[in-house]
Each structure stands twice: as structure tokens, then as C-alpha cells.
Design a protein around this ligand. Structure first.
Ligand code: 0RA
Length: 650
């Protein structure tokens, strides 16, 4: 009789498991964010997170990640190996439970401090549910255990396939192409995340190998990340294309009020502030209590030092929080047992108990540094004073812009051809390179919902300019006023009033040549530094005009790359008829007439827009500083490496 009951429970459990995994397949976005490129890469992070946890528990120091030839992924660690013994309640191997039961991962090892399970932290069973095939191999107790699954369902019971004196876990999964928009992994995206993880978790070796790509020596693309210095080295990496203001990185690592805190900061000669804040290895770009703690510690300590040293005595202007952060690069990382994530993208830490420990850590490390390094302290305070003066000049410039807007009634720039629709969600604005293409776009557009604003040539490089120069710049003032967003107020200079945004699609339309991509990058740099919320909310797009028109008689088609062009040529030639096919290379938008521009680039029915997203905030900062900075060799290397991605697949 007891046998009967157990059997019933067993099958009931099984049904629950299948229902759980079915829920993941029905609403994958709820579990992994989305089913686009981001979600696809999240699968890898989810699996790696488990190995990182094992490493943080002190049982593993090496993690390997492979992109296999078929775009499946292998993650292997040298930890203890997921337990394989029979789970008494579930009546199956613990390995099977971890792989098939939602959120089962952490239940086996309560003593271990888990830092994954943060933002998505959905567990490896989600990855399993979303994979057409997954193989788990565990080495422990002298044996090699294995189980395979398809869309989360075990293909057989856990079995022993060999012997080994190593220990560890290895997972190979192939994402289900009926779930994901694309199943092609991007090496650079994964490399950026693995680099970040290595900095955030010093002492762990993480390797990434791309079995799809072979370099000139016949080897697979491969990279090894290892950081001895942790966040100290992370800050140096972020600033590697900037000129240092002080040669040191100020660093703290320790526990305050039971919360592990690691902080590093340094100053460079630029005018941008770059603070990357992490909770449980997740980049919290909306900030939160740990970031407030950092700011409080920094401002209080520097203010006290500057006042006590007498350096502020002659200054008539008030110094405020922003002034302490010009040219600052910092990384903050805390580990929180039960993080509360808030905000629009759930990347803002809400736990109030985290502010004080971070603030204390920053105060301690910074006051010690300032006391011991009077020369550097003076250099930093001088820069702060300079920033305060520049801010006052910038405020005057801003007030001028705002006053001018009041005077001109509508306040809209003269160069803007607005649309008639008023609902921002339905409105688009095209920022177009040059007046001539702007004119064509005005003729070609649907004026009901499409606004056009031509931009004159190259806009200001905001990476190199001081704030007041930026707000005095005519093109930049026009961008602000056309979009309807306010230039930040004193107190919170970087927050945009998004509710006033007049268009929910902001489209950059440039020529498909070198100058065009330079202008595109300048505009994107501006959005990234001064209107990041627009990118984070998915409002920024890049238009993709065609490169070729292939014509025969009255038939004409467009091509966006060489392959497409050649295919069209042979299609239009047909069988046997002569080479009366005419190919036109578009160098600029201006070479298309209004109708062609509409048809290829602006008509929502037929155009391709590329949405701009931030996949990795720290990497993004580094790339912009490199692209827009003074150092040429790293820029050339980056452009050569990424040229192949500039082509668009349709
Ligand atoms: C729970 C208990 C034990 C190991 C793990 C989880 C574990 C999970 C993963 C996931 C990827 N790699 C992993 N490595 C280990 C071990 C308990 C014990 O041996 O006493």
C-alpha cells in the first residue's frame, strides 16, 4: 500500500515538473527577459553563474566556455560536481532534479552563499527547457555521470559512463530555434561578459573558445580572463584609453555590517563620470542604494578634505556632488543575500541596509588615501574646483537656451519639419545627415507621423568637450528642443524628463559610407553620455539605406550588401539574355529620390531599422572612450575587427 502511494506521488511530481518547464516554454520572456539576442546570451550567463557560485564557495577556480561549431554552448567547471545521488523525496537523481525542476538549483546546499539568482537567476532548468538538446556530465566520486534531455525532458535516467579522478560539472546545450529569433552566438558579447565576471570575481580563470572561427595560425579564437587585482584592475581597464589624472587606483575590499563590499576609483583628465555599480555580479545601471552610498562617501570625504585643507576658501561658487565626479571612473560591487531590484528595467537596488556599508567603505579608503598622498589630493581638488566653475558656465548656457525657447513660442527648432500626429508613441523623428538628404526625406516622408530634422555635418564630439561647450552647441540644443526633453536641472543633471519626449522612435539616418558611420557614432556617443535613458528604453534606431540598385528594363530591386547584389544580378539576367542589367551604387542618401528613399529606408512596411541597445554597460563605456578618444591604434584595430558586423543581413 505504501508502495502505491509513493508511486502516485512520483507521477504527480513528474506532472508538476513538466508543467513547470512548459510554463517556461510558453512565456520564455518572463524567465529570461526576451527571446532575442539578449535572451539567447542570457542562457550562457545562467549556466556560468552556477559555476561562479561554486567558485565563490571555494570549490572551483577554472571555468571554460566553448561556442561549438553548431552554435551550441559548453560550460565546464572544476567544482565538486552537481550531486548525483538519489534524491529521497523526488525518487530520482539530484542531478535530474536540478536540471528539470524550476528553481531547484540552490536547494541542495543551504550553507553556500549564493550570489546568482539575482536579476533573472532562473536556474539551469530554464536553460534546459529552452534547449532542443542538453547534455549534463558530472565528474565526482571517481565516476563520470551523464544525462541528456530534449526541451527539458530526460532522454534516459542518469547513468555512469566512465571513471575519472577529476571533479566538476559540464553542460552542453543547444538553444531551441523555434523559441529564439536567432540562435547565433556573438563571440564579443560573450567575451565582454566573461571579462567582466573575471574582474568581479578575482582569482577565477575563465576561458572562452570559439570553435566556429579559426585565426591565421589555424587555432580557434580563444581568450583567457583572469584578474588578480579584481576591481582595481577593472577600473584600469575601463580607463585604458583615457589619460590618467592620478596614477593610482584607490581600492577597498572587505565586509561592512555583514555586506561584502569591493570598491575602486580613479580620476582621468576627461569630463565624463563613469561609475559601474554591481549587485551579485549584475550591472545595476539604474543605480540604487549602493550607488547612493558610494556618492555620499565620495562627496562627504572630498568636501571635508577640500574644506579642511583651505583650498576652497577663495572660491565664491558652491561645490556640489556632480563636481566631485567629473573625470571619475569607479566600480562598486556588493553581494546582497536577498536583493530587491526595482526600477523600469529592474536594475535598481532597493535594499536600504546597503547604503551605509558602501558609504563607510568609500570614506575609509578615500580619507586614508588623501592623507597619505597630499600631491594627488591637491590634483583631485583642483579638478573639482575647475568642474564647479565649468558647471556654473554651463548653467548660464542652459538658461540661455531655455529662455530662447520661451521667446520663440513653440520652442521648436526652425530646421525641424514636424509631424501632425501628437501621440509620442506613434511619432518618429529622423535625424538626417546633411541638408540635401534632409530635403529629400521631407519630400519622401509620411508627414502624418514622421518628423525630419537635418543635422549639419559632424556634430560635436562630446567625449572631448566640456559641458558648457556641449550646451552651447547649436546642433545639440536643437536635438534637445526637437525631442522635447529638458536639459537636466542642477540637482540631478543627468535625469531626463521622458514623459515630455515627443517621439518614441528616434532614427539616425546617415550615408552608408565612412563619413556617415562617423557621424552615426558621434550622435550615438552623445545619446549614450547625455540621454542614456533613450537607449535603455529602446527609443533609438539606425536607418539602413540600401547600397545598390539593380535594374533591368522597368524592373528594379535594392541590395544591402554584395551577396544580395550578385544574387539579384543573376536573377534579373535570367536564362541566356544579354547583360543589360544596370547596377547603381548609392554613395549617399542624396543620390536617391524621395520615392526611393521612402520605399527603401522610411516606409515601415519595407524598411529595416536597427534598434540600439546596451548589452554591457562597462564595455560600452570603454568602447566609446576608445572610439572618440585620441589614441588611434586601438580604434583602427576595433574597426578592422568589427567591419564584418557592419554589413546587414536581411
Ligand atoms: C549543490 C551541491 C553541490 C554542488 C553543486 C550544487 C554544484 C552545482 C553546480 C552547477 C554548476 N556547477 C556546479 N557545481 C556544483 C555539492 C555538494 C557536495 O558535494 O557536498
Amino acid at each position: 500500500m505504501s508502495e502505491e502511494i509513493k508511486k502516485d506521488n512520483y507521477s504527480a511530481d513528474n506532472i508538476q515538473v513538466l508543467e513547470g518547464l512548459e510554463a517556461v516554454r510558453k512565456r520564455p520572456a518572463m524567465y529570461i527577459g526576451d527571446v532575442g539576442v539578449k535572451g539567447l546570451h542570457h542562457l550562457v550567463y545562467e549556466v556560468v553563474d552556477n559555476s561562479i557560485d561554486e567558485a565563490l564557495a571555494g570549490h572551483c577556480d577554472t571555468i571554460g566556455v566553448w561556442i561549438n561549431e553548431d552554435n551550441s554552448i559548453t560550460v565546464r567547471d572544476n567544482g565538486r560536481g552537481i550531486p548525483t545521488a538519489m534524491h529521497t523525496k523526488e525518487k530520482k537523481s539530484a542531478l535530474e532534479v536540478v536540471m528539470t525542476v524550476l528553481h531547484a538549483g540552490g536547494k541542495f546546499d543551504k550553507d553556500t552563499y549564493k550570489v546568482s539568482g539575482g536579476l533573472h537567476g532562473v536556474g539551469v532548468s530554464c536553460v534546459n527547457a529552452l534547449s532542443i538538446h542538453l547534455r549534463a556530465t558530472v565528474r565526482r566520486d571517481g565516476k563520470v555521470f551523464e544525462q541528456e534531455y530534449s526541451i527539458g525532458k530526460p532522454l534516459y535516467d542518469v547513468k555512469v559512463i566512465g571513471e575519472s579522478n577529476e571533479t566538476g560539472t559540464e553542460v552542453t546545450f543547444k538553444p531551441d530555434n523555434t523559441i529564439f529569433d536567432s540562435t547565433e552566438y556573438n563571440y564579443d558579447t560573450l567575451a565582454a561578459r566573461m571579462r567582466e565576471l573575471a574582474f568581479l570575481n578575482k582569482g577565477i580563470t575563465i576561458t572562452l573558445t570559439d570553435r566556429r572561427q579559426i585565426d591565421e595560425n589555424g587555432n580557434n579564437y580563444a581568450v583567457k580572463f583572469y584578474s588578480e587585482g579584481g576591481l582595481r584592475e577593472f577600473a584600469q581597464y575601463l580607463d585604458r584609453n583615457r589619460e590618467p589624472l592620478i596614477s593610482d587606483v584607490i581600492y577597498f575590499e572587505g565586509e561592512r555590517e555583514g555586506i561584502p563590499v569591493e570598491v575602486s576609483l580613479t580620476y582621468n583628465t576627461s569630463y565624463t563620470e563613469n561609475i559601474q555599480a554591481y549587485v551579485n555580479n549584475i550591472n545595476t545601471h539604474e543605480g540604487g542604494t549602493h550607488l547612493s552610498g558610494f556618492r555620499r562617501g565620495l562627496t562627504n570625504t572630498l568636501k571635508k578634505y577640500a574644506t579642511d585643507s583651505g583650498m576652497l576658501a577663495k572660491e565664491k561658487i558652491e561645490i556640489d556632488g556632480d563636481d566631485f565626479r567629473e573625470g571619475l571612473t569607479a566600480v562598486v560591487s556588493v553581494k546582497v543575500a536577498e536583493p530587491q531590484f526595482e526600477g523600469q528595467t529592474k536594475t535598481k537596488l532597493g535594499n536600504r541596509e546597503v547604503t551605509a556599508p558602501v558609504s563607510q567603505a568609500v570614506s575609509e579608503m578615500l580619507s586614508a588615501y588623501l592623507e597619505e598622498h597630499p600631491n594627488e589630493a591637491r590634483i583631485i581638488v583642483d579638478k573639482v574646483i575647475l568642474a564647479a566653475r565649468a558647471r556654473h558656465a554651463a548653467r548660464k548656457a542652459r538658461e540661455m537656451v531655455q529662455r530662447k525657447n520661451v521667446l520663440t513660442g513653440s520652442g521648436l527648432p526652425g530646421k525641424l519639419a514636424d509631424c501632425s500626429e501628437k501621440d509620442p508613441a506613434a511619432c518618429e523623428i529622423y535625424f538626417v545627415e546633411g541638408d540635401s538628404a534632409g530635403g529629400t526625406a521631407k519630400q519622401g516622408r509620411d508627414r502624418h507621423f514622421q518628423a525630419i530634422m537635418p543635422l549639419r555635418g559632424k556634430i560635436l564630439n562630446v567625449e572631448k568637450a566640456m559641458q558648457h561647450k556641449i550646451f552651447e552647441n547649436e546642433e545639440i540644443k536643437n536635438i534637445y528642443t526637437a525631442l522635447g526633453v529638458r536639459i537636466g536641472t542642477e540637482e540631478d543633471s543627468k535625469a531626463l524628463n521622458l514623459e515630455k519626449l515627443r517621439y518614441h522612435k528616434i532614427i539616425i539616418m546617415c550615408d552608408a559610407d565612412v563619413d556617415g558611420s562617423h557621424i552615426e557614432t558621434l550622435i550615438l556617443t552623445f545619446f549614450f553620455r547625455y540621454m542614456k535613458e533613450l537607449i535603455e528604453n529602446g527609443y533609438i534606431y539606425i536607418a539602413t539605406p540600401p547600397l545598390y540598385q539593380v535594374k533591368k528594363g522597368n524592373k528594379s530591386e535594392y541590395a544591402w550588401n554584395e551577396d544580395m547584389r550578385d544574387r539579384l544580378i543573376s536573377e534579373l539576367r535570367g536564362n541566356g539574355s544579354e547583360s543589360s542589367v544596370n547596377v547603381q551604387r548609392y554613395k549617399g542618401l542624396g543620390e536617391m529620390n524621395a520615392e526611393q528613399l521612402w520605399e527603401t529606408t522610411m516606409n515601415p512596411e519595407s524598411r529595416t531599422l536597427r534598434q540600439v541597445t546596451i548589452e554591457n554597460a562597462a564595455e560600452c563605456d570603454q568602447i566609446f572612450s576608445m572610439l572618440m578618444g585620441d589614441d588611434v591604434p586601438p580604434r583602427r584595430e576595433f574597426i578592422e575587427r568589427n567591419a564584418k558586423y557592419a554589413k546587414i543581413d536581411i
